[in-house]
Design a protein around this ligand. Structure first.
Ligand code: SF4
Length: 201
């Protein structure tokens, strides 16, 4: 079984699934089996049930780590939607702040509006903007939902913001300076801060 909980730069991260509808060219999963102090983040047999995640949380000593726990891992957390909600509720009961690192395609993945439910528990959403246009987004991320994906991601971020959540966009610096500037302009127009992440091999 892969690590369900792992640490990276002083925070505890949660790895719920290896599923993802995208194939981003810069995906960290292309470069190795783990991040931070994790041994492997690939699940060999099955994705963890909520009971398995809860057992991992119960066995973990959170003392000495940041109070913000991050849902990230080697897949898109909203692909494990029910487990994500159950785990978020459980961690919230324990007084944690929660951040979700997401591709923002949850509504398409789960075939229903999901922001209201997610905002019950998630304090901060880091949404992968990745590109300034649908065409460039599709070329970089190859989303399984095709043309609808870019707009769905933007609407997801917008709805999270409307719900009062702390929302940030991110791009990875594998795109051109010109595209980063266009992403900044788009994010600015939506009133959402943009973080430019450095690509690491
Ligand atoms: S959305 Fe995230 S997990 Fe999925 S392919 Fe892109 S970088 Fe990788």
């Amino acid at each position: 079984m892969a690590d369900i909980l792992y640490t990276f730069e002083g925070k505890v991260y949660v790895n719920l699934t290896n599923a993802c509808p995208c194939r981003c060219k810069f995906c960290i999963r292309n470069n190795g089996d783990s991040v931070g102090e994790a041994s492997t983040l690939w699940f060999s047999a099955h994705m963890p049930s909520f009971e398995e995640v809860r057992a991992a949380v119960d066995a973990w000593d959170f003392s000495g780590y940041d109070k913000e726990v991050v849902f990230c891992g080697y897949g898109e957390p909203t692909c494990a939607y029910d487990t994500l909600l159950q785990t978020a509720a459980y961690l919230k009961e324990k007084g944690m702040r929660l951040r979700l690192n997401t591709n923002g395609l949850s509504d398409l993945i789960n075939k229903k509006p999901t922001v209201d439910e997610l905002c019950r528990y998630i304090d901060t959403f880091s949404v992968s903007l990745n590109a300034p246009t649908a065409e460039k987004y599709n070329a970089l991320c190859a989303p399984a939902f095709g043309e609808a994906s870019f707009d769905a991601m933007l609407r997801f971020a917008e709805a999270c913001k409307k719900n009062g959540a702390d929302v940030r966009f991110s791009v990875v610096d594998v795109i051109s300076e010109e595209d980063i500037a266009a992403c900044k302009s788009l994010a600015n127009d939506m009133g959402i801060p943009l973080r430019v992440r450095t690509y690491t091999e």
